[in-house]
Design a protein around this ligand. Structure first.
Ligand code: KG4
Ligand code: ZN
Length: 345
């Protein structure tokens, strides 16, 4: 069972093949290969993703990327047994490109189609390198669109424990980057600048950590940053370092609480912000102290990619999920916790 995974929910066109050859079983499942085209340069002039441009670019890149992927994997279209695509959440036009492509490809070759939830893809990404990683665990999902703590009770069974009430962590990084006149996407650039600053020179608040609960908030940090900048006393590097430290501390405090609340001993940190090195350092120290393990995806699979969608699709395809019809379905707003109820067959 080899699954072609297609990701087009935002500004990356990404495809991958995950699975095992005929005659073998899931023990030997692996990533055959993955390809990605990032639209970052195209959107940089606008300081953020322009949805219409994103959709048009996906249309242009998706076919050539499939050819490149098959070449790299030394496979042909006939070696694909199922097609998985990101059905949501994401930008509706961008999602539609992957959905139409996946549905048409599968229809032409009489293959089943599996709809994948983008955040399920993110939280499974560490399993691409660590197949032994299994539920139950707590997942901290931190991307440009989401900041969530999710209890993964068993495969495919998710409970939302807490989430950001305003901006996602990555969104806050991106907005602060703009204030500091750094290029889009801001997260990696703020992190780079923070490395040159003194993280103790300024003290930013740790929002919502002084009260119980697992919800988060990051928009106040943005306002705080704007005010500190307006004072004109601190260096941009010190501001970046203090901002990053505040986001990291908030995420670590909430994750520790989620571990305590569930009694689970394993944390998975995934999504674009999980690439942040300071977050990993502070989280690892907290894990060592409190005795829980932490798994991260490899750096290239923290941000959007096709490998995580192929893996999530494979796990569902081998359970028999997958539809043989021409229904092109996307769900731009799709709570992860509702996945169990949304029958896919
Ligand atoms: O998961 P992702 O690629 O896309 C979404 O699903 O949103 O996440 C992108 C987000 C962006 O906001 C980006 O600035 C942030 O992840 N990001 C980072 C880092 N690398 C990416 N934030 C902080 N530190 C990083 N090293
Ligand atoms: Zn994502």
């Amino acid at each position: 069972m080899r699954v072609l995974g297609i990701e087009t929910s935002c500004d990356e066109t990404a495809l991958a093949i995950y699975g095992h050859p005929p005659g073998e079983d899931r023990q030997t499942a692996r990533l055959y290969g993955h390809v990605l085209h990032s639209q970052i340069a195209m959107h940089a002039d606008y300081g953020g993703v322009v949805p219409e441009l994103a959709s048009r670019d996906h249309v242009q890149k998706i076919w050539p990327l499939l050819d490149t992927l098959l070449d790299e994997c030394e496979l042909s279209a006939g070696d694909i047994d199922a097609v998985a695509y990101t059905a949501g959440p994401g930008l509706v036009g961008a999602l539609m490109v992957g959905a139409c492509f996946a549905t048409a490809f599968a229809w032409a070759r009489h293959l089943p189609v599996v709809r994948v939830h983008h955040m399920e893809g993110h939280l499974l990404a560490p399993m691409l390198d660590d197949p032994e990683l299994k539920p139950p665990f707590v997942a901290l999902l931190v991307s440009g669109g989401h900041s969530q703590l999710v209890a993964v009770h068993q495969a495919g069974e998710y409970e939302l424990l807490g989430e950001s009430l305003d901006d996602a962590a990555g969104e806050a990084f991106d907005k602060v980057a703009k204030m500091l006149e750094l290029d889009y996407p801001g997260g990696p650039n703020v992190a780079k600048l923070a490395d040159t600053g003194d993280r103790t020179a300024l003290r930013f608040p740790r929002p919502m950590t002084d009260r119980p609960g697992l919800d988060m908030s990051f928009s106040g940090l943005k306002t705080f940053t704007r005010n500190v900048l307006a004072e004109g006393k601190a260096s941009h590097a010190d501001i970046a370092a203090a901002f990053q430290e505040a986001v990291v501390d908030s995420l670590v405090i909430k994750s520790r609480r989620a571990i305590e609340a569930t009694g689970y001993r394993q944390l998975v940190v995934a999504g674009g912000v999980s690439a942040n090195r300071r977050l990993r350092t502070v989280m690892d120290a907290a894990g060592r102290k409190a005795g829980f393990g932490i798994a991260y995806p490899r750096a290239e699979f923290c941000t959007d990619n096709g490998a995580m969608i192929a893996l999530a699709g494979y796990r569902r395809a081998i359970e028999g999920e997958g539809r043989h019809n021409l229904e092109v379905l996307v769900t731009p707003r799709w709570p992860l916790a509702s996945l169990m109820a949304d029958s896919q067959t």
